[in-house]
Ligand binder design. Structure first.
Ligand SMILES: CCCCCCCCCCCCCCCC(=O)SCCNC(=O)CCNC(=O)[C@H](O)C(C)(C)COP(=O)(O)OP(=O)(O)OC[C@H]1O[C@@H](n2cnc3c(N)ncnc32)[C@H](O)[C@@H]1OP(=O)(O)O
Length: 218
């Protein structure tokens, strides 16, 4: 499989994309609430059985027509792109904590409210989920700085347990060495600093070759 598979140009207008966002965003949000309700429910057994039937009916409706491949990244003519299936920021992905990343003065920052579905140790966010958030935001910082890449190495130092609830994640590019971008980031809660990370993002050889090819004079 090529690194470039799943990247696709699209001809949709801004209005069409907004209409899709209005259609799918609320569905994703409802399923996210369903996930939380599934983890937290203490309902009577007959309610659980009825809910299961309703969920299966909904799944069958949605499954009646499927895309031929996962969402991937769709690029519009104006350079904007959508990764609506992404596990952290995907508008169509109910397991995504849906980080909305803001960029200012080289700092990427986002907030999320992590509920029971993200639990690892009792009352605390699963360490893999903490790494997931950091991976995305460090990668986003590299991308926003114009030096994107795939995660080659991600090193996370867990300083204290990350309590379930509101978290803030931040990242910035530390330095660039050739094709490698070094980014650093942190996770905070009301308890203070919970985790720190360094990531090395590498623009894959295949993409480097393509960029070199495109830049070659005719
Ligand atoms: C297709 C579009 C891409 C653009 C992207 C857009 C990003 C849009 C932002 C969204 C933000 C998403 C944030 C989540 C991002 C993931 O979730 S990515 C998914 C997880 N990561 C992966 O699956 C990556 C799997 N690994 C690979 O594809 C390849 O091993 C890599 C990392 C691309 C490197 O392959 P390569 O380009 O063939 O590397 P190579 O030419 O041998 O080495 C180049 C340099 O990198 C170093 N290097 C190689 N591997 C590593 C490594 N694992 N660790 C550290 N250094 C390494 C080498 O030592 C060498 O260093 P120098 O000698 O130049 O100093």
């Amino acid at each position: 499989m090529s690194m470039l598979d799943g990247h696709e140009a699209e001809r949709k207008t801004r209005e069409q994309i907004e209409a899709e966002a209005e259609l799918f965003g609320p569905l994703t949000s409802s399923v996210r609430s369903l996930i939380d309700a599934t983890v937290m429910t203490d309902a009577a057994p007959e309610h659980i059985v009825r809910a299961r039937a309703l969920v299966e009916e909904a799944a069958a409706l949605l499954d009646s027509r499927r895309m031929s491949a996962p969402f991937g990244t769709k690029w519009s003519a104006d350079g904007t792109r959508r990764s609506w299936g992404n596990a952290v920021i995907g508008l169509r992905n109910p397991i995504a904590p849906l980080l909305e990343v803001a960029y200012e003065d080289g700092l990427a920052s986002a907030e999320a409210d992590l509920g029971a579905a993200y639990e690892g140790p009792p009352g605390l966010v699963h360490g893999g989920v903490v790494a997931l958030l950091l991976d995305q935001i460090l990668g986003g910082a590299a991308d926003h700085a114009g030096v994107p890449g795939m995660t080659g190495t991600l090193t996370v130092r867990y300083r204290k347990g990350t309590r379930l609830g509101p978290v803030r994640v931040t990242a910035r590019v530390d330095r660039v060495e050739g094709v490698k971008t070094f980014a650093v980031g942190r996770v905070h809660t009301a308890d203070g600093l919970c985790a720190e990370a360094e990531g090395i993002f590498v623009l894959p050889r295949e993409v480097r070759d393509m960029v070199a090819e495109m830049g070659r004079p005719q």
